[in-house]
Design a protein around this ligand. Structure first.
Ligand code: P6P
Length: 338
């Protein structure tokens, strides 16, 4: 049983048995992520002080202006994961294609691949709103000792061995799962250590917060419009509260603590929504389910979707189980009439 205020290092050692097929690599992988997170946190926290904010002048594969911190965070995580020689491949929101990591002496004994959004919500950097890193870890499926292939990355989310996020907010937290529940660690920047502040995190089964960009209301499918009206109706425990930060990690983190639903549906402007399946929705869905919540595309479980492209997008409904089920009810009624 996790003990509050345990350090992350102590926690990983005590829970080594959680990784029966790993001779320590997964623990070392989590350790390398926490190291990179500390370095990125240091830069994020002083973003306003040095000439590191503002558009980098390039655009990423999503056609979005790259903030310098995006590039910095991407480089730091890639560098740390590469130097520790634990992974055979990395895919990132900031890179068009996946990165092949050469095993030392070419023996490719590294069995994990990592997919990540190195700095999600980066458009909030200049306005001092919290941002996050999201990561997802799989075992490779192609033979050890050969170069990693695209199929190593295009695995359904139900094959993840670990997933998590770092939230750079009023405090910096690392929240992750290896399939045995969700635990949250808070960084003490003075000591550079992470402490177990949120053991065994659980999504409240119901909630009264809904998170969606209502500015897109006119573009939403009818089922989403009907669910928003349901949230706003004065009846029983409603109207709910609308809370939308515009940084998915922050919105879902708040909802996991207080109860709530986060939605980024498809719309007439974005036929598959905006959020990416592999390194945003799958890891957040895995964490959500491990914490007792639910995550779907409005109709089917996110973790069962078979990916076809590295940067594919998917509509996303994620949070308290009963709220997601109610939203799905409206989606199905509008789509199928029942
Ligand atoms: P919109 C940030 O850019 C992000 O990818 C998510 O973190 C966030 O939930 C969403 O986009 C916000 O998008 O269109 O509402 O500004």
């Amino acid at each position: 049983m996790p003990k509050k205020n345990q350090t992350l290092g102590e926690f990983i050692i005590e829970n080594q048995s959680d990784f029966p097929y790993s001779s320590g690599e997964l623990s070392r992988l989590i350790n390398s992520i926490r190291l990179a997170a500390k370095v990125v946190n240091h830069e994020v926290n002083k973003a306003g002080l040095v000439d590191i904010i503002g558009a980098y002048g390039e655009t990423n594969v999503q056609g979005e202006d790259q903030q310098k911190l995006d590039v910095y965070a991407n480089n730091k995580f890639i560098q740390t994961l590469t130097n520790r020689e634990i992974v055979c491949g990395i895919a990132s929101e900031e890179n068009d294609d996946f990165i092949q990591i050469e095993g030392h002496k070419g023996d490719h004994q590294n069995k994990y691949v990592v997919l990540m959004d190195p700095l999600d919500g980066s458009s909030n950097i200049d306005v001092n709103v919290s941002v996050g890193t999201i990561f997802s870890i799989y075992r490779r499926v192609t033979p050890m000792g050969t170069p990693v292939q695209l199929e190593d990355f295009l695995q359904p989310g139900n094959r993840q061995v670990a997933a998590g996020y770092i939230i750079y907010g009023t405090s910096t937290m690392l929240v992750y799962t290896t399939g045995h529940g969700v635990n949250g660690f808070t960084l003490n920047p003075a000591l550079g250590s992470w402490y177990l502040s949120h053991p065994d995190m659980k999504f409240p089964e119901n909630g009264q917060i809904y998170s969606i960009n209502e500015g897109n209301y006119v573009h939403f499918p009818q089922g989403v419009k009907d669910y928003i009206k349901y949230c706003q109706e004065e009846k029983g425990d409603r109207p709910y509260t609308s809370r939308y930060i515009g940084s998915m990690v922050s919105d879902i983190h708040r909802n996991m603590i207080k109860g709530g639903i986060f939605m980024y549906p498809k719309s007439s402007k974005a036929s598959d929504g905006k959020l990416r399946l592999l390194y945003e929705c799958n890891p957040m869905a895995y964490l959500t389910e491990q914490a007792g919540g639910k995550a779907s595309d409005g109709f089917k479980r996110i973790l069962d979707i078979k990916p076809t492209e590295l940067h594919q997008r998917v509509p996303f409904f994620c949070g308290s189980k009963k709220m997601v089920e109610k939203a799905e009810e409206f989606m199905k009624k509008a789509e199928y009439g029942s």
